[in-house]
Design a protein around this ligand. Structure first.
Ligand SMILES: [Zn+2]
Length: 157
């Protein structure tokens, strides 16, 4: 997958022919803070392209042919809009501060409880936690985290 920052760039003309509802929600991971969407591939019939959005950095990823060859794709340009239209995201945006706090803490507790007992974490708990976390960061205008390049030259021995 190739990462892109699309927030400040103008939309591709091909994005005008697509709609965020063409991207189907796949899952949300509370450990990586990434939400995944899929769309049928036109270049590889029967296959699906997976696009992802990191809610902390707003970086987008895609595994489609255009993205893998270094080009921009409509999947990455519309994945933020697809996430903004997800019912869990809309619900968290409508919570009061107290409701957001309660829902976020409950989801965090349930995911931690399941992991502590080595149970499978329920996908809806992960989704609720990611949605509340995203809303909290937006509501309190926390700036997007920027990935730090940790690749430093190794000193000679
Ligand atoms: Zn793509």
């Amino acid at each position: 997958m190739v990462a892109q920052q699309t927030a400040t760039r103008p939309l591709l003309s091909s994005s005008l022919w697509h709609c965020p509802s063409e991207l189907a929600f796949v899952d949300a991971c509370d450990l990586t803070n990434v939400v995944h969407f899929s769309a049928p591939s036109k270049s590889r019939p029967g296959d699906a392209n997976i696009s992802a959005l990191d809610i902390l950095t707003r970086a987008t990823f895609c595994n489609c042919r255009a993205s893998e060859t270094g080009h921009r794709c409509w999947h990455q340009e519309l994945v933020q809009a697809a996430w903004d239209g997800h019912p869990a995201r809309i619900l968290s945006a409508r919570y009061s501060d107290d409701q957001l706090n309660t829902a976020g803490r409950k989801a965090a507790h349930l995911t931690a409880w399941a992991r502590g007992r080595r149970f499978r974490v329920h996908p809806l708990d992960q989704l609720a936690l990611v949605a509340c976390r995203d809303e909290y960061r937006r509501r309190y205008r926390l700036t997007a985290l920027v990935a730090v390049d940790v690749a430093e030259p190794i000193p000679a021995a």
